[in-house]
Design a protein around this ligand. Structure first.
Ligand code: AMP
Ligand code: ZN
Length: 104
């Protein structure tokens, strides 16, 4: 996905401070944080939004939540909020599926 900013972060073409990374996911701070702790979790695979998620992605989506749990634990967050915008009408600005993890 040539013009996808989050794909560029995933392949390190665009720099981001990496909070967590494994084979499937990369986590980095939101550039316009809405809370003292605000990171974005993205699958390295380009999926435009939750609308395009299918049965084949069930494991990936489960792992996305476990990754949020892991990042929260690693950062000693006592409580946190997860949010996902879906589609322009749902407030989604970047068309690469991502989960907001906010705390503080
Ligand atoms: P959403 O409305 O769910 O699509 O949110 C997209 C989020 O990505 C916004 O909170 C932006 O501040 C954030 N964002 C956009 N570009 C970047 C970037 N290059 N690095 C980090 N965060 C970004
Ligand atoms: Zn992408």
């Amino acid at each position: 996905m040539e013009d996808c900013i989050f794909c560029k972060i995933a392949v390190k073409e665009t720099q981001a401070e990496i909070v967590y990374e494994d084979e499937q996911f990369i986590v980095f701070p939101d550039s316009n944080p809405k809370a003292p702790f605000h990171v974005l979790l993205i699958p390295k695979k380009h999926i435009p939004s939750l609308r395009e998620v299918g049965e084949d992605d069930m494991e990936l989506m489960g792992r996305l939540l476990l990754t949020a749990q892991k990042v929260a634990q690693e950062n000693h967050l006592k409580g946190y909020k997860l949010a996902m915008h879906v589609g322009k009408e749902g407030g989604q600005e970047v068309d690469h599926l991502h989960l907001h993890l906010l705390a503080g």
